[in-house]
Design a protein around this ligand. Structure first.
Ligand code: COA
Length: 598
């Protein structure tokens, strides 16, 4: 079956659907919805049997949904309609939510229902729910829809609000007046809920030091208290802590509101040069305004039980240590890498036999911090500091010879973050994880000792294939090619239980000492053949050139690619490695060409 995916962006959900469909042998092509004609052209060239829109913000052209069956994936329960589905579900404290696959029709989300699936809600940000529960249910709903479509015997159900099981309703776009925090009355729980419902976009608009910012990354605080609700009472590692009527809440990130369109262009330009309008750690954006606010210290890693803001924390049981590093969006800035290195060294010397690198909840790691770099006075210099800081962490993991290490990947990982997972002795991943083991879309050669780690696991040919074609990798293929050792259950509770069971079994295994000896011997052998530092030196030579503005293969310039990524500038066309239909276009073109006369 030929399936065309139409999406607003090739986001995590779209990547996952793509991988799952290819794994099942479907012929898949993708087009971004970059105008009606691009969509029509993709359909004309690919001639799909079915069109699926896993993440679509734009309207499909009428002739397209009238002439083809187009399935829209809506992140809401049956009957739910509108553009702020999850936002309302969080705000209204729904205990259960869902996804629905429905036919595209004139009215938004009102078409016949092909499949629907519910899941229990979790206290988390909208983006986190989307990346885990919604994505998992969406894949199931899409696969069921495809089976039903293929059977030719299934009649989709019309939306019927008189049915008892149709609980959803049409809800409007959630505006900032609904999201607004009233610091004089809102409790910590309400503030966190409001920010969660708007995180990662659009954020909750609020005032700080007389200026407008969108708030992101809310965390409860158990100990610190302030007198005036809303006032900033502490800062830590870039986050700010604000007093509330019944406690205090940390806010990790802010985004400055764009200067309104009605302001003169020059004023807007000057303003955007002065203050970046993309997401940054709160303290980085507020700068001098926080001069009198004290940095609130915390142990590194944090091992306490109180709720507070900590990116790096540690737990231990039965000779196994678990090091969590939950960096916002998986991006690891220079100082974050330095803190991680410090925490890693501290826990490595404890009386444990296995150290599990847990990464973060939604992402294990996405490599260097592109937003911090973009905001730096000298982005090339900051890129250099950042890549060296992350390399230092990776080196410590590779050269650990006192215990066994495991990377346990619950969230997805990209670029240097994937290479960093490979530094551990074993790599275990949750089913459903998506890895992007390449740097090419960012115009980088890459470092993190990837030239040592990747070929060692998958062989040089496969290493080249993975890094040269910037495609996402699902766990089925990752296991088959040896990039990961074990694939664990997708459901979070079952995944966590399995990680602990396996790590404790490894620590208690009768061949533990033998495994440790083997690892030491292998490292010594590898070092004798080629010192670890020469891999790094060669990689960094390429990276230095990239940071200086030189292109790495293809036509992607790092500074331009980073600017576009951070400012969320959409590509002008769908990348050719996704748009299979464009390959058909070329093939047909060459078929039609006249033979060359010699
Ligand atoms: N630095 C800063 N922010 C990053 C980041 C990075 N390295 N990687 C991801 N993010 C942010 C995104 O801007 C986005 O922010 P927002 O949701 O708060 O607006 C969020 O993380 C999620 O990323 P998104 O791209 O929407 O997720 P995805 O699942 O669709 O795609 C990746 C995942 C890894 C393919 C993609 O995020 C990516 O290409 N990241 C850059 C990787 C990279 O080149 N790193 C530098 C070289 S080591």
């Amino acid at each position: 079956m030929r399936i065309l995916l139409i999406a607003s962006a090739y986001n995590g959900l779209c990547q996952r659907v793509h991988v799952e469909l290819v794994d099942r042998g479907y012929e898949v092509s993708i087009t971004l919805s970059l105008g009606d004609d691009a969509v029509r052209k993709a359909i004309a060239l690919f001639q799909p049997d079915l069109i699926i829109c896993p993440f679509l913000k734009e309207k499909l052209p009428e002739d397209v949904w009238r002439e083809h069956l187009c399935i829209i994936l809506h992140p809401g329960i049956m009957g739910d309609r509108g553009p702020s589905s999850l936002d309302w579900a969080i705000m209204r404290q729904e205990s259960e939510w869902g996804v629905t696959a429905l036919k595209a029709v004139e009215e938004m989300d009102a078409g016949d229902i092909w499949s629907t699936l519910n899941f229990p809600m979790r206290e988390a940000t909208k983006a986190s729910l989307y990346r885990r529960e919604v994505t998992r249910a969406a894949v199931q709903a899409i696969l069921t829809t495809i089976d039903r479509f293929a059977s030719k015997a299934y009649t989709p159900e019309p939306l019927d609000y008189s049915r008892e099981d149709v609980r959803g309703e049409l809800r409007p776009l959630m505006k900032q007046d609904v999201r607004a925090i009233d610091w004089s009355t809102d409790t910590v729980a309400t503030i966190i809920r409001k920010i969660n419902a708007a995180d990662s976009a659009p954020g909750v608009l609020d005032m700080l030091y007389g200026e407008e910012y969108f708030l992101y990354g809310a965390h409860a605080e158990d100990v610190l208290r302030g007198r005036r609700p809303g006032e900033v009472i502490a800062q830590r590692h870039g986050a700010i802590c604000r007093a509330a009527v019944d406690g205090a809440v940390w806010i990790s990130h802010l985004r400055k509101r764009d200067t309104p369109e009605k302001q003169p262009f020059l004023k807007r330009l000057i303003q955007s040069r002065k203050t970046p309008t993309f997401k940054l750690p709160a303290a980085m954006l507020l700068g001098d305004k926080l001069a009198v606010i004290k940095e609130s210290p915390i142990d590194l890693p944090y091992m306490g039980k109180e709720q507070t803001y900590c990116e790096i924390w540690y737990e231990e049981s039965n000779k196994v240590g678990y090091l969590h590093f939950n960096f916002h969006n998986g991006a690891m800035g220079t100082e974050q890498c330095q803190r991680l290195q410090q925490a890693y060294l501290a826990v490595r010397s404890r009386d444990i036999k296995v150290l599990v690198l847990m990464g973060g909840t939604d992402f294990w790691s996405n490599g260097i911090h592109l937003n911090w770099i973009e905001a730096a006075d000298d982005p090339a210099r900051e890129s250099w500091r950042n890549i060296n800081a992350i390399d230092d962490v990776v080196r410590e993991i590779i050269t650990t010879d006192s215990l066994l290490t495991v990377s346990a990947i619950a969230g997805s990982a990209g670029a240097g973050g994937v290479m960093m997972t490979l530094a551990a002795d074993q790599v275990w991943a949750r089913k459903g994880v998506i890895l992007n083991p390449h740097y090419k879309t960012m115009g980088l050669y890459g470092s993190e000792y990837w030239t040592y780690l990747l070929p060692k696991r998958v062989g040089p040919g496969r290493a080249l294939e993975l890094t040269e074609t910037p495609l996402p990798l699902g766990m089925k293929k990752a296991k088959a090619i040896g990039l990961v050792d074990e694939v664990l259950p997708e459901e979070t509770g079952a995944y966590q239980a399995e990680v602990r069971k396996m790590a404790e079994a490894l620590a208690a295994s009768s061949d533990y000492q033998e495994l440790l000896e083997k690892k030491r011997a292998q490292r010594a052998h590898d070092e004798a053949i080629k010192p670890l530092e020469s891999y790094r030196a060669a990689e960094l030579q390429h990276m230095r050139a990239n940071f200086a503005g030189q292109f790495y293969g293809g036509d992607v310039n790092y500074h331009e690619a980073r600017y576009n990524f951070v400012h969320k500038i959409r590509p002008k066309e769908t990348a050719c490695y996704l748009a299979q239909h464009l390959k058909l276009d070329f093939a047909r073109l060459s078929e039609l060409r006249q033979p060359l006369a010699y």
